[in-house]
Design a protein. Structure first.
Lengths: 140, 112, 494
């Protein structure tokens, strides 16, 4: 079915980047205020789903040639990995730590291992959501 | 405020039970989603809707909000999200395979 | 700090995730999954021995002390079950290698089996009620996928019921957690037990405990087993065996934990109710088991009967009865796996699941026939097989507590187990051989081997019951004396 979706396509081009930026913003905000990996991941995946809606699946997958099941798996590895990593350092499972480092551009920056855990969560969410959407839409 | 939210929980449960008892698959799935939202609200009410600042961050605050219910709700939301998504896929596949979305007709279904 | 306690959950989870990247290397997947399960077993043996020398172990996640953080607690009861899970799932995996088929192997079958095992082990080990919910969900999500994997129509239809029922029971679980948190303000099991002992288990708390009873009854199939026969007979043999051996047992474990550690103050209400439900379960299961002529249905109703039987131990709640229940729980995980595997093999060989359409199989497959007979005897509780000692202790406990009605129903249900399985045996294995020698499907050794190993398992567990006696009695003592558990969690060794 051919529909006239010029407006949708044009708006999407701009909006996808806004959504992606907002997703990243939410993700990092999660460290000290509302936000975090799950919500950030949901917003990120909503941008991807919008792309899938506007363009067809093949086009998007040419642009983003990743298997989203593997994205989810990488996410779980990150999340569980921070837990196991603590064990390797002789601390209790899932112990998180942070430190203040002096970085060239950012100045004194607080880096925390929780962020790695959250990256894992976000990747898992993105992977799962997109996989689900794809598995429903594949055979329409 | 707690009372109001509790009443809201009751309404949500009523809606969900009505949906769950209907025969169409999609209604059952939506019903299960509404049901889980109801219980998430209940979790929040049970922890108490205190008005305080975020725990640990502000050392000078006089009262803190209990963070545990929020952690519980977040986890529960993630799980119910995954289950609802799975149910949706499952319902869709079942409809595709059998051509049925009526739980009464799906009853006692066999391959042959 | 005992990081080893978390390994039975982390090893399967990590292995399962890694297998997702190895989708096209089926051989590697098989080897890795087997290694992961065996590693879990080895780890749990070492935890079990550590518990005997050091007492209950606990691990506070992230170093947050209880009751603030979440934690894993390993006592003899939970680790015994973890160990049995590892053994049983190793053998079922062996069976799955040759039966599950390339399509499912390519659809991440092994990953989801490992996730399931990780969830099951997590549920056994957690010391926090909300964590129990999370581990339950990990296990259930994996089981949802496994039950639908392959996508046969009947599987899809049955799994919808299964998923919706479980969504509902998870809802009740959260409801119970919310009310419990609202009334006592904690979710750490040991802390809950302490606080409830302080304030007394009033009517409100008893009502909350009944919500938990509903939840775990739905999960384990105690009285609320209406969903069980359908969903356990839909998936292929290896998956059904995994479900039959593991899933209901997690519900039973949770019930034992909550009603011996947290809500043990009002046995006249809660434990009586459990007793009544157990009796009704056994009666209903017995009727189902003798009413059907379909091997799968008979086998799944046997699962139901056993659930009732194990919970008789909790209902009478004496130390001997609990010991019997633990023995029987371990025995049942092994024997139910065997029973499901045998039933599946019979269906594979004959191409039908109706027992009227099978006959004289023992002439064609003598080893299979005698294994089935052995299973029947073991399930009925004939010494020296593994079912005997559990039944003996449960019976002795029931006599001590004076619950003669429960005792009578429990042993009558054993007769029905015997009858229903002998019915399969007489119809399918005895009688005139209808499959001629050139028509018969050859029974490969790789199908028979896992069954033989499990058969040896039930004999060994029966004869060598003495060897695990120390662990079982320690487990029963801990269950009957909540203070041991509380001490270990609240101020024990870290």
């Amino acid at each position: 079915m051919k529909t006239n979706d010029v407006i949708l396509r044009t708006v999407t081009k701009a909006v996808v980047f806004i959504i992606l930026t907002f997703g990243v913003e939410l993700f990092f905000a999660g460290h000290n205020s509302p936000g975090g990996g799950f919500i950030g991941g949901l917003v990120l995946s909503s941008a991807l789903v919008l792309l899938f809606l506007v363009h067809d699946i093949e086009t998007v997958q040419q642009g983003i040639p990743v298997d989203f099941k593997k994205v989810a798996a990488v996410g779980v590895i990150f999340a569980v990995g921070t837990g196991v990593g603590a064990v390797l350092f002789g601390a209790a499972f899932l112990t998180q730590t942070f430190g203040v480092f002096h970085l060239p551009v950012f100045g004194d920056t607080e880096l925390a291992t929780v962020v790695l855990f959250e990256v894992g969560v976000a990747l898992t969410v993105v992977g799962t959501v997109v996989t689900i959407i794809l598995s429903i839409s594949e055979d329409v | 405020m707690e009372t109001l939210i509790t009443i809201l929980v009751g309404i949500l449960v009523t809606v969900a039970v009505y949906l769950l008892l209907s025969r169409s698959l999609i209604r059952i799935i939506v019903g299960s989603a509404v049901l889980s939202h109801a219980v998430h609200l209940l979790l929040m009410v049970m922890g108490g809707l205190k008005k305080g600042s975020a725990p640990l961050l502000d050392e000078n605050a006089t009262s803190y909000t209990d963070p545990l219910p929020q952690a519980l709700i977040l986890t529960a939301i993630v799980i119910s999200f995954a289950v609802t998504a799975f149910l949706l896929v499952l319902g869709y596949r079942t409809y595709k395979e059998t051509g049925l979305d009526d739980s009464k007709e799906l009853r006692g279904f066999t391959d042959e | 700090m005992n990081n080893i306690v978390v390994l039975p959950m982390v090893i399967p989870l990590l292995a399962g995730v890694i297998l997702i990247f190895l989708r096209s290397f089926v051989k590697v997947q098989r080897v890795l999954s087997l290694l992961a399960v065996i590693a879990t077993g080895v780890v749990s043996i070492s935890i079990l021995n550590a518990i005997q020398s050091e007492g209950i172990l606990r691990l506070d996640f992230g170093g947050w002390l209880p009751p603030y953080g979440i934690l894993f607690v390993a006592d003899s009861f939970s680790v015994l079950l973890v160990l049995t899970t590892a053994i049983v799932s190793t053998i079922i995996l062996l069976y799955a290698f040759s039966t599950i088929g390339a399509t499912r192997e390519n659809m991440y079958f092994y990953s989801f089996v490992l996730f399931l095992i990780g969830g099951v082990n997590g549920s056994f080990l957690t010391g926090d009620l909300f964590n129990l919910f999370v581990c339950f969900e990990v296990m259930l999500l994996a089981s949802y996928v496994l039950i639908t994997l392959g996508g046969r129509k009947v599987q899809l239809v049955e799994s919808i019921k299964y998923v919706v029922i479980n969504v509902l029971s998870s809802w009740f679980f959260l409801l119970g957690i919310a009310y419990l948190y609202g009334s006592v303000g904690t979710l750490n099991m040991a802390h809950l037990s302490e606080r409830i002992a302080e304030v007394g288990q009033g009517p409100l708390l008893t009502t909350i405990s009944l919500i938990f009873l509903i939840v775990f009854s739905l999960k384990s199939g105690l009285l609320l087993y209406f969903w069980l026969p359908g969903s356990y007979s839909a998936p292929p043999t290896a998956i059904a065996a995994l479900f039959g051996a593991l899933l209901t047992k997690v519900g039973i474990y949770a019930m034992f934990r909550t009603f011996t550690l947290i809500f043990y103050h009002e046995p006249s209400i809660t434990h009586t109710l459990i007793g009544v439900m157990a009796a009704l379960t056994m009666i209903g299961g017995s009727i189902g088991a003798i009413a059907y002529k379909d091997v799968r249905q008979i086998v799944t109703y046997n699962v139901v009967i056993t659930i009732g039987f194990i919970l008789v131990g909790l209902a009478v709640s004496t130390e001997v009865a609990i010991m019997g229940s633990i023995y029987y729980l371990v025995h049942d995980m092994i024997i139910k796996a065997l029973l499901f595997l045998l039933a599946g093999t019979m269906i594979y060989l004959t191409g039908t699941s109706r027992i009227e359409e099978m006959s004289g199989l023992i002439r064609n497959y003598p080893a299979l026939g005698w294994l089935f007979f052995l299973t029947t005897l073991s399930l009925a509780g004939i010494p020296p097989l593994s079912g005997f000692i559990g039944k003996l202790y449960v019976g002795q406990g029931a006599v001590e507590a004076g619950s003669y009605t429960l005792l009578a129903i429990a042993f009558l249900s054993s007769m029905f187990v015997l009858y229903s399985l002998l019915q399969i045996f007489m119809n399918a294995f005895w009688g005139e051989t209808i499959i001629s020698e050139d028509e018969e499907t050859p029974l490969q050794n790789r199908l028979l081997l896992p069954c033989v190993v499990l058969g040896i398992g039930t004999i060994a567990l029966g004869i060598g019951a003495e060897s695990i006696a120390a662990y079982v009695s320690d487990a029963a003592t801990t269950l009957m004396n909540p203070q041991i558990y509380i001490d270990a969690v609240m101020n024990g060794n870290r």
